[in-house]
Design a protein around this ligand. Structure first.
Ligand code: FAD
Length: 391
């Protein structure tokens, strides 16, 4: 394609080859185990190790720590292909690429990138999800240690992770925005209690609650600067939201492809379902909307590669993909008829997986708040009190 207009919508030849390699890996190593892992109720370490061996964790990290020195666009391609095979594994791969960015301990990074250790990120609390600054967990400095008390919930990769990045108030009087820090906590510390939440979707990626009862870690476990945790967390979100959504486009594209195959094979009133205009039009509309979502997704990854601010784009993407994916999977289920009304069916499972995606990282309206604030400025931020905006 001509570069004259300054735009290119082509992947490089190397990226096309990578996509094929990722798809082959995902279909051979991950897809056949997807249902078994989802039902096992424990973390799929086999998948983690296989993805580490294949270079899917730490893809954007320097080679000196075992990373692949690849771009965010390359990572989006990988996550999209894994998403076709298994959404839980795509989620695990995405986190294996974004959470470790918070760490600077090379020895630990190497282990994580190899898939031998696992890192989770615990920010949400029962009263602080979309309103993420409203946390109550505290980390009090005592004799060179932090003593942590509080409760985190809906934490991905838990149980399973042996390392946790925890957000806690180190200056409670200053509140969540100016008094929050990030602290690395080993999951086997005394006083730490993890319980699994029974998930309906993305089951193998695991979801847990963590209670901290006087959990003590050395102050050297602080990540970055004390009381800057909120801003570090926000920066990280841009990457999980900006690159992550290709796992959803991959999952939905596979569901649409499977549904087309079904609509060719299943006949009603003497002709294949796909020959009925209402069925074919539904599928065509969803392929079109998912393609629009893919363009947003790859643009966000390209912006990240070009060190551009992705906050607004990442939220547009997170919101838009959730809308189109939910609608596409609902219609896929309808086209499958009774055959997909089965909790082991891949389309039915994806339909539940998407509900998790919708809630994770903030609901739809939270992203509209972010988009509006980016577009119209803090003065018009709908979530802040009028007096707060004036001050
Ligand atoms: C599968 C999954 C994985 C997750 N992984 C992690 C993880 O790894 N680590 C972690 O810390 N957390 C994780 N979470 C938690 C997740 O980030 C939160 O669930 C999310 O931030 C939403 O918070 P909430 O559930 O408290 O919903 P709330 O914030 O209470 O929102 C509930 C609903 O109200 C809407 N809403 C909220 N405020 C407003 C407003 N001002 N105006 C209009 N509408 C509003 C939202 O859009 C949403 O629809 C995960 C959750 C899921 C489901």
């Amino acid at each position: 394609m001509s570069q004259l207009a300054g735009l290119s919508f082509e992947f490089t030849e190397e990226q096309e080859k990578l996509r094929q390699a990722y798809r082959n890996f995902a279909m051979k190593e991950l897809a056949p185990n997807s249902l078994r892992w989802a039902k096992a109720e424990k973390f799929p370490f086999q998948a983690l190790k296989a993805m580490g061996d294949f270079g899917l964790l730490g893809m954007t990290f320097p080679k000196s720590v075992g990373g692949g020195e690849r771009s965010w666009v390359d990572l989006s391609i990988a996550v999209e292909e894994i998403g076709r095979a298994d959404l839980s594994c795509a989620w695990i791969a995405l986190m294996g690429n974004s959470y470790p960015k918070l760490l600077n301990d090379e020895a630990i990074l190497r282990e994580i990138i190899a898939g031998r250790r696992l890192l989770a990120f615990a920010e949400t609390e029962p009263h602080a999800g979309g309103d993420a600054a409203n946390i109550k967990t505290t980390a009090e400095r005592r004799n060179g240690n932090y003593v942590i008390n509080g409760l985190k919930t809906f934490v991905s990769l838990v149980p399973g992770s042996d390392l946790l990045v925890v957000t806690a108030l180190t200056d409670p009087a200053a509140g969540g925005k100016r008094g929050m820090s990030m602290i690395l906590v080993e999951a086997d510390r005394p006083g730490l209690n993890i319980t699994a939440i029974p998930e309906p979707g993305v089951q193998a990626h695991m979801l847990g609650t963590i209670k901290f009862d006087n959990v003590t870690v050395p102050c050297s476990n602080l990540i970055g600067e004390e009381n800057r945790g909120f801003y570090m967390m926000r920066e990280r979100w841009d990457y999980t939201r900006g690159v992550g959504p290709t796992m959803i486009t991959g999952a939905v594209l596979q569901a649409l492809d499977d549904t087309v195959a079904r609509a060719k094979a299943k006949q009603t009133f003497g002709r294949p379902l796909l020959k009925w205009q209402s069925i074919q039009f539904k599928l065509v509309e969803h392929y079109t909307k998912i393609e629009a979502a893919r363009l947003l997704a790859y643009k966000a990854a390209w912006m990240a590669d070009n060190h551009q601010r992705v906050t607004q784009y990442a939220s547009m993407l997170k919101y838009y993909i959730a809308e189109v994916a939910t609608a596409a999977l609902a219609d896929c289920l309808e086209i499958w008829g009774g055959a997909a009304f089965n909790e082991e069916h891949s389309v039915f499972r994806k339909h539940l997986d998407i509900m998790g995606w919708k809630a994770a990282g903030g609901g739809q309206d939270i992203h509209k708040i972010v988009i509006g604030t980016e577009m119209f400025g803090g003065e018009y931020a709908t979530h802040r009190a009028h007096t707060e905006q004036k001050n």
